[in-house]
Structures are given as C-alpha cells and as structure tokens.
Design a protein. Structure first.
Lengths: 79, 133
C-alpha cells in the first residue's frame, strides 16, 4: 500500500465518520480545513482508522499529527 | 481498578440555559439549581441540578456558534458525558489508558474551584470526564 492508496481510504473513513460526503482530503489538509473535524470527532476518526487499517496509535501519536500527510506516514510506518 | 471513580454528574446539552433552568426548577425545585458558571477554557456555561448528595445533572450551554459543543447541539445530541470525581487524576488517567481509554487534554474548571479535569473516550467512544477531588 502506498501513500495515495492510504489517502483515498482515509477520505472514505472521514466521509463516513463525519457524515459529510463532500470531504476532500489532501496530504496538506488539517483539522482547520474540515468543519466537522474537532477534538471530539478526532477520537472517533482515530478509532475508525485503527479498525480499518488494523493498527493501534498511542495517545502521543494521536495528538501529534499536523496534517493528513503525517497521519498517512504514521499509518504506513505501522503496516 | 485501583483508582476508584466516584459518580458526580451526567452532562447534558441545552440550547438555552435560561429555558433549561426554568424547566429543571419546575422538576426539582429552585433550591436544587446551582448558579450558572462560565468555563472559559471550554467556552461553555454550566449549571448543576442536584439529584442527591454528590449526584447532579450538568446542564451545558455553548457560548459560541462554532464550538464543539454547538456542533453536538446541532446534531441534537443531549446526554453526552458522565463526570466522575477521582482522588488522583494522573494515576487514574494512566490506569484508564492501560484499558484503552483515549485522553484529551487537561483543563482547569471554574465549576470545580479550578481543579484539574480531563475528558476521555472509552474504547466504545463513550465520553467520560474526570474531576480531581
């Protein structure tokens, strides 16, 4: 799996979890760019991402991503 | 679990605090309604309705239209967290993390004399709040 494949799958997870089919992710997307992505929905997203990719993040990792690119790298590092 | 959780409140969202207080005063009597307290770090107003000793409903009103809480209100979420008092908040958080709970960031709450608080999600994404005694 490469970064682009992860990105496409992340976009589906974001759309499902945030209940917004119009979410479009790039590697530069941050929480400020997605209206529904806040501190509460962040945890829901993490749980969905962990289940989908069968990975597990630490509490530190969850708070450390600055954008979708860093989240993608974090997923790939665990695969 | 070594660090015991002592039930304190159920947090519920309200559209309008004045209307909610009027309603809960009718239900439980005005003597059981606390003053409204502004919690700056969370951008909310809260008010406690006493059910029994150390058991409350916490009414939570958003202070802005684009806050996390305001978004939950728009989704018609009502009851959304349970608050527990704990003796040692950092030890309890560590223990809960071992049980796959996800902590958010610590904050100091005007509702609890400036004591340290934290929200955590259970593995099933139930939201709880810990309040340092």
């Amino acid at each position: 799996m490469d970064k682009n494949e992860v990105l496409i799958q992340l976009q589906e997870i974001f759309r499902d979890t945030l209940d917004n089919e119009e979410v479009v992710l790039t590697f530069d997307t941050t929480a400020n760019d997605v209206e529904e992505w806040d501190s509460l929905t962040h945890i829901h997203l993490v749980v969905s991402i962990e289940k989908h990719f069968k990975v597990r993040f630490t509490s530190k990792e969850i708070q450390s991503w600055k954008n979708i690119g860093e989240l993608t790298d974090s997923i790939l590092a665990k695969k | 679990m070594e660090n015991r959780l002592q039930f304190h409140h159920v947090g519920t969202l309200v559209d309008n605090m004045d209307d909610a207080i009027k309603h809960y005063s009718e239900l439980f009597g005005p003597d059981n309604i606390s003053p409204v307290i502004a919690i700056g770090s969370q951008n909310v107003n809260v008010c406690f309705v006493k059910m029994a000793d150390e058991s409350f409903i916490e009414l939570v009103e958003s202070c802005s239209e684009d806050s996390v809480v305001a978004r939950l209100v728009k989704k018609r979420v009502t009851y959304y967290h349970i608050g527990y008092k704990v003796d040692n908040i950092t030890a309890t958080v560590s223990e809960l993390e071992q049980m796959d709970y996800r902590p958010m960031e610590y904050f100091y709450s005007e509702a609890f004399e400036g004591k340290r608080c934290i929200f955590l999600f259970s593995p099933d994404t139930h939201l709880i709040e810990l309040i340092e005694k």
